[in-house]
Design a protein around this ligand. Structure first.
Ligand code: GLU
Length: 294
């Protein structure tokens, strides 16, 4: 197997400490496996994308010494491919159009809740739109045991999610015409031949959906590793939305050393003197921690 990993930032603002942790972990895992490390700009969420943020993130990664082994891929240039995959799923009957508004879903969930069932999409449009206009496209998830997806996370251990009761049929193309993250990420990782995904634990909850979609498309499931997310003083995930500040590009070693500590890597004093020394020490410490033969 040739290892291929990636870092997939959403350009909603400059690189911050929380996203640096994910970038560093994916970079170290690729280096420890002597594999390739790719970067993908996830810029298809129109309303959230900030002009110039992607270029800024790429420049910061470079200044921090993390260079992609191949030209970065931009999701905004892959729309035709997502369309093609949706058509493929339509032809096999695995997806259906959904006419529910957010309010209608919330209302039926309220009833479901009263009946003590779960908060998954109740499948209102499974059997047809009932005269409503199509808004979104959903992937049908199976009932019963077939809906239970388990995987071994390399950091967090065994994970299990019941798609039928915890998620329900999920959206691949949104009512506003945007492509859902779940579809784009699976198609892009498969097309890029990604073998290992290393990212923040806030995405753990999406992984079962992605594995199910991989099975529907007949593509390989990569190995997963979700690193603990960085939280702010209120215990919330650090994000551009709750005030995470941009990294100081003049002091990459300070931020990188803090990120390494967050990942539980104990580096000797001299690792903090140059970027080369930092990456050499951090790569072997990562390999040791993760049991990789380096
Ligand atoms: N673009 C996503 C984010 O920034 C990450 C997607 C992924 O790694 O699968 O949260």
């Amino acid at each position: 197997m040739t290892y291929r990993g990636r870092f997939a930032p959403s350009p909603t603002g400059p690189l911050h400490y929380g996203s640096l942790v994910s970038a560093l972990a994916s970079w170290l895992d690729a280096r420890a496996h002597r594999g390739a490390w790719l970067v993908r700009v996830e810029d298809i969420d129109g309303p959230r994308t900030v002009p110039g943020a992607a270029e800024d993130i790429l420049a910061t990664l470079e200044r921090f010494g993390m260079l992609a082994d191949e030209k970065p891929v931009w999701q905004s240039q892959r729309i035709a491919r997502y369309e093609q995959v949706l058509e493929q799923l339509k032809s096999t009957g695995l997806v259906y159009p959904c006419g529910c508004t957010r309010k209608e879903i919330a209302d039926s969930l309220l009833h479901a809740h009263a009946r003590n069932t779960t908060l998954a999409y109740p499948g209102t449009c499974r059997a047809g739109l009932n005269g409503k206009p199509a808004r979104a496209w959903r992937l049908r998830v199976p009932d019963g045991d077939a809906a239970v997806i388990s995987f071994e996370d390399r950091w967090q251990g065994k994970q299990t999610q019941d798609l039928a009761t915890e998620v329900g049929d999920f959206v691949l193309k949104r009512a506003d015409g945007q492509w859902a993250y779940q579809l784009a990420v699976v198609v892009d990782d498969a097309d890029a031949g990604i073998t290992h995904i290393v990212r923040g634990a806030d995405l753990m909850d999406s992984t079962a959906r992605q594995i199910y979609l991989q099975r529907c498309l007949g593509v390989r499931t990569p190995q997963y590793l979700h690193v603990p997310v960085v939280t702010n003083d209120h215990g919330e995930k650090l994000s551009k939305q709750n005030g995470a500040t941009a990294l100081d590009s003049d002091k990459p070693l300070e931020a990188l050393s803090a990120a390494a500590r967050h990942l539980g890597l104990d580096l000797a004093g001299e690792a903090h003197t140059t970027l080369d020394r930092f990456y050499a020490a951090a790569t072997s410490a990562w390999a040791k921690r993760m049991g990789i033969n380096f």
